[in-house]
Design a protein. Structure first.
Lengths: 344, 344
DNA sequence: CCTGCCTGAGAAAGCGTTTTCTCAGTTCGC
DNA sequence: GCGAACTGAGAAAACGCTTTCTCAGGCAGG
């Protein structure tokens, strides 16, 4: 049976004695160093195969100073957006032989920076996903986290590319779409107050209001999940708006569900729009009008940026801006003509 | 400025010289070893704080022989079920100070075992999620992966707890529910052939058929996502069944969407049921009747089992069986009386 | 035939920790 | 007051690997 070294596992030393060479030589063979005599190399490979030797990555990492692992910290692993980013990131990184370590901060922003630091130390680089921490804190810790890439957040710290979705433009597109359909009273069902992406939406709406003074836009407090939307029915109806911009698709779905329970028709009575275009959006009844965000691609891009940083490629650090694409489906329709105030 | 050792980062050696002690002493202080003179300990702590010293986890891992990290390999990170398991696992592990490394096999079963091995070597333990590999292969590699816990799969290999959802019982519950509603012609929209959980459902249905000879159950080929359900409309209608058991909620949603496009009413014309009770299920129109699987809890339990293994607690390795809970909602209703065979 | 270059492999020095081993310096008991 | 037990901290080994350093041996050139 395979002999074991002091510890339980087979190590480079075992292969070395079996092949009758030094561990240095085994290492050379395993790493494709061609300064080894072919015969000896073959002997080593045979020994390694027979022993089923697999180099210990921890020892390797220590010697090489790299782990072939990157970290990602997200505020909430339950959020489909972050799941999609994780997926894109993981897939792209895997293609280059990197693994990903996840850290979920559960929306407690005070933990974020510790979590990020810990994750970073175990990895070769870090992706910080829509961090909830303050700008000051972010700028402060950013240098210690390098190589670092930011998603949906920017910072003054140097050498930190950031990939951001242009939520501001997205809501303007949606609002414009609703206005074209004849809606003059809109309502925005906002997201979590600390969310930077919510802030961007609000700014976008301000711009929209400035450009369309004739349109009334009511702001409603909200959140980011189904229940938020479901519970917002009363507030939405009270606003008198006929076109609702929900913070995201989840909220929109919750809202549609709530409206349906009240016997209201979407889009007959009220038009509802989402944001993100999560996979489910196509399959709601009615199918949800939303702004599609190429979110998986975002994760993929995050890896590419991070990879450039890790490899110290001189590429100036650009970051990118992603434009949402308006996806018109069945949940938005012509504004109800005031006269046809059908009850039910 | 903080002096740096040969490498870029501050190490234990830097703290040692700053505090005027040996690195051994610094290590002792950092690890709460009380055989150090309080004055010296204070000096060390001050130096560490001033230098913002954080121990390098890789060096630590090598010395300690543990990484405080566990791995999980999933067949498809896009699948809500695996996302939920990951979430539960990650949360539970984090509470004990463990991080999780993810590996996505993208449904290519040939890669699974390599992926699992690689992940395992970097971690203290592994969770294998519904692996697609053959029983033989699983049994073969299981010992080399220990500590290992299996989800939705069992193996003959010893010391491998496995957590499985009783899908067989679940489908029987759903079928029973439909029969109670008066349905006598059912159809099962199956999942991926290689999926073990699909196999369990099939077995459950066999048992059901044996117990209810008067009920006709048609088997239809399928898959595990929306599109599968959406494309299955024709096959479903052709079967003449009035009660459809979809492989999971996603398939059910796709199917409902397709039926809706054909102008058919759910549950008026056809009852549709799902499986899993993903968060979206409550918010479809109509809300989806399904079998709720406590999936996040599954991830949590997986961690507890794995933890016991890592800590070598003698607990006999039980594994657990999770019973789905029938969740009756609006998508299932009384079977249409045969006379009212409305066309379209 | 001797010097010098070159090839190839072993010895050894890291990588950054923890931990055992060792040994000064104290304290205690007799 | 002297050896024994004890305390506390430095030296060194260990963890498993990579890589530089070193050096023996082979070969060509003068």
């Amino acid at each position: 049976m395979a002999r074991k070294s002091a510890s339980g596992r087979i190590g480079i030393a075992d292969v070395a004695v079996k092949a009758g060479v030094s561990h240095a030589t085994v290492s050379r063979v395993m790493n494709g160093n061609f300064t080894v005599d072919p015969d000896i190399a073959a002997r080593v490979r045979a020994a390694a195969a027979e022993l089923k030797y697999q180099p210990n990555p921890v020892g390797r990492s220590l010697a090489l100073g790299k782990t072939d692992t990157i970290g990602i910290v997200v505020p909430d692993l339950a959020n489909p957006t972050f799941q999609a980013i994780l997926r894109g990131l993981s897939r792209a990184a895997a293609q280059d032989g990197y693994r990903v370590l996840i850290a979920d901060s559960f929306e407690v922003s005070s933990e974020e920076s510790i979590l990020a630091g810990e994750a970073r130390r175990r990895c070769d680089g870090l992706v910080l996903c829509a961090p909830r921490m303050s700008d000051a804190e972010l700028t402060e810790i950013a240098p210690s986290l390098h190589p670092l890439v930011l998603i949906n957040r920017t910072t003054a710290a140097p050498d930190v590319p950031s990939l951001v979705v242009d939520y501001g433009q997205g809501v303007q597109d949606i609002a414009g779409h609703l206005v074209e359909l004849g809606h003059t009273r809109l309502a925005f069902l906002a997201g979590p107050p600390r969310s930077a992406s919510n802030g961007m939406r609000l700014k976008g709406l301000e711009a929209f209001k400035a450009a369309h003074p004739q349109v009334e836009v009511t702001m409603l407090e909200g959140g980011s999940d189904f229940d938020t939307g479901h519970e917002a029915v009363d507030a939405v109806l009270a606003s008198g708006a006929t076109g609702i911009l929900a913070f995201n698709d989840l909220v929109a779905m919750g809202l549609m569900s709530g409206l349906h329970e009240r016997g209201l028709d979407v889009p007959g009575d009220i038009s509802v729009t989402g944001f993100d275009d999560i996979p489910f959006a196509k399959y709601t009844t009615p199918a949800l009008t939303t702004a599609a965000v190429p979110i998986t691609e975002l994760g993929e891009q995050a890896w590419h940026q991070l990879r450039a940083l890790i490899r110290k490629e001189g590429n100036e650090v650009p970051g990118s801006r992603f434009q949402p694409r308006l996806e018109v489906r069945a949940s938005s329709g012509p504004a109800k003509a005031p006269r046809s105030a059908v009850h039910g």
